[in-house]
Design a protein around this ligand. Structure first.
Ligand SMILES: *[C@@H]1O[C@H](CO)[C@@H](O)[C@H](O)[C@H]1NC(C)=O
Ligand SMILES: *[C@@H]1O[C@H](CO)[C@@H](O)[C@H](O)[C@H]1NC(C)=O
Ligand SMILES: *[C@@H]1O[C@H](CO)[C@@H](O)[C@H](O)[C@H]1NC(C)=O
Length: 523
């Protein structure tokens, strides 16, 4: 560890010396610049050098243009190649029958023979990338669209093309196993499983009975639903969230019984007819139907509350809270930032603040409405400013002499109210309801629900711990674990399930670093 660090800084020094040599010595007419060699260096070296050579704004991906069919070609000047041209062509049905595309890109007039240009091609459905060392006609194939909607999007808006700082190549190469996560195919699902096995030590044992029919009489208000999606866009998203936070589930919901004994599900992140993610309370049967149809292949577990906790669960207060929150938007602001706090604190490699901001800036371009919603507002809150866009935020950050990392680590405040109301993620919604219902007893007022990840919720010691009291249908007779998995072809694992006695101010100071995510006692 120490040695590697030393070596890196030596290499860094060497590079900087060469850089200076090139700057000053006319005799040294080597045909390359320090920036040119960055891509072939390990990212630990290339990023710091890039940093010292540029201001943060220069490190952002540059938007080149959008490639749409029947819209001619776009041409631009790159960092390495000065004459570039690109166009896109739709291709036949392909292996999935919905077609794909080929991007034709020609590069010319390189300023040196060692330089390269690195491009990202993005739609809301995919991010792919390629890099070019030689002046040539290149083709880049998108074998198949993710879904017909992607083709429609490209017809209307095109594929966005970004020129990346070439030093990012190392980062992108170390992210090769992240890109397939979002693919809604068997391959995409296998990538998710492989990623979680490798980076978190998950096992994904096959289960004999993938689906259980529950008896609603055995389910009670406050019982917790833990979901794990492993396929498509939500699968990929959850996989990254799991990796960053150390949780083995990616989504949560909560059971509620009304006075007539009907079973309902409260969920923050329920998709309504307009495709918006909102907080909703819907009948169990409807929720179950939707879950069975969900193409993200969810694995679902029911975590029954401990009888003593259930006994003090104030159902009236829980319903009041659920009704008050119903219809409000899902807490993107919170979610992104509970992640980013973690990223900024710990940087599970190869994630870092540069990658975060690169993704933000590309996303801003591809889905401006979402971006404003997801982070601009929250970043403005951190600066105490209003309505700055991402570039404005960066300029302001620089003006104040703080780094983007420092900006990201300013913690979220519970009292912040966003333009669409208070922000509540899936798990914050449930824990806030638990708080109202008296689950935490006398320490309720010292529990900050926005500090809890999904893992922090399922490790709370508030769930049933006696296997003989579990419902008969639980785990289809296979009582290896003390929660009830009711859906999914793979056995869900929830390490340290039901082990942590709640205490005042818990989770306000906890690091989480893969692969072990060790948690100091009483952090
Ligand atoms: C098509 O080209 C025109 C003119 O260059 C441009 O204004 C328009 O935005 C392009 N459309 C797409 C979908 O890229
Ligand atoms: C349960 O909550 C309701 C509404 O907040 C409250 O009026 C009632 O007194 C509570 N019941 C108990 C037993 O605390
Ligand atoms: C578990 O529950 C059963 C049935 O209620 C009870 O007889 C048994 O004593 C409990 N075991 C423990 C360890 O609490």
């Amino acid at each position: 560890m120490h040695l590697t660090l030393k070596l890196s800084s030596l290499t860094l020094l060497w590079i900087l010396l060469i850089g200076l040599g090139l700057g000053f010595g006319d005799a040294l007419k080597m045909p390359f610049r320090v920036k040119d060699v960055l891509p072939v260096l390990p990212r630990e070296v290339s990023w710091p050098v890039l940093n010292t050579l540029h201001s943060p704004v220069d490190l952002l991906p540059t938007y080149i243009g959008s490639l749409a069919p029947n819209n001619g070609s776009i041409s631009w000047k790159g960092a390495c190649f000065f004459q570039n041209e690109a166009r896109v062509e739709f291709t036949g049905p392909g292996d999935r029958g919905i077609g794909g595309a080929t991007i034709h890109l020609s590069t010319g007039a390189a300023h040196s023979w060692t330089c390269m240009d690195l491009y990202v091609f993005a739609t809301p459905y995919r991010i792919t990338w390629d890099y070019y060392f030689s002046a040539h006609d290149h083709t880049f194939k998108i074998e198949s669209w993710e879904e017909p909607a992607e083709m429609e999007y490209v017809k209307q808006h095109g594929i966005s093309v970004f020129l990346m700082p070439s030093g990012m190549l190392g980062t992108l190469l170390s992210l090769v196993d992240v890109l397939p996560l979002f693919s809604n195919t068997a391959w995409g699902q296998n990538s998710n499983l492989a990623f979680l096995k490798k980076r978190m030590g998950a096992t994904f044992e096959k289960r004999p009975h993938p689906r259980t029919t529950i008896n609603p009489d055995d389910v009670h208000s406050g019982d917790f639903l833990a979901l794990s999606k492993i396929r498509g866009r939500w699968g990929g998203f959850e996989t990254l969230e799991k990796w960053v936070t150390g949780a083995f589930a990616g989504h949560t919901a909560v059971c509620l019984k009304d006075e007539l004994g009907n079973l309902w599900v409260g969920e923050s992140g329920h998709e309504n007819e307009k495709g918006e993610e909102i907080i909703a309370v819907i009948p169990w049967d409807e929720w179950w139907e939707l879950t069975l149809k969900d193409d993200s292949n969810p694995q679902v577990a029911l975590l029954p509350l401990h009888p003593e906790v259930r006994a003090r669960f104030n159902n009236t207060a829980a319903w009041e809270y659920a009704r008050k929150m119903s219809g409000k938007p899902y807490g993107y602001h919170n979610m992104i930032f509970s992640w980013i706090d973690t990223v900024a604190d710990n940087y599970p490699p190869p994630l870092d603040a540069h990658l975060v901001i690169s993704v933000m800036s590309m996303w801003t371009r591809v889905q401006p409405a979402y971006a404003a919603n997801m982070w601009n507002e929250a970043l403005n809150k951190r600066l105490g400013t209003e309505d700055l866009d991402l570039y404005g935020i960066l300029a302001e950050t620089e003006r104040r002499g703080i780094t983007f990392d420092q900006l990201l680590t300013i913690p979220e405040q519970d009292e912040w109210v966003y333009s669409d109301g208070k922000s509540t993620t899936c798990v914050a919604f449930i824990l806030a309801m638990y708080k109202e219902a008296g689950v935490f007893g006398p320490i309720s007022n010292s529990i900050q629900v926005t500090e809890f990840t999904i893992k922090d919720a399922y490790t709370l010691k508030i769930f049933e711990d006696n296997q003989t009291r579990l419902p008969s249908w639980c785990n289809s007779g296979d009582n290896k674990v003390s929660f009830c998995q009711i859906l999914g072809e793979y056995q869900m694992e929830l390490p340290q399930y039901n082990t942590l006695e709640p205490y005042a101010n818990m989770n306000e100071n906890c690091p989480s670093l893969p692969p072990n995510y060790e948690r100091p006692v009483r952090c």
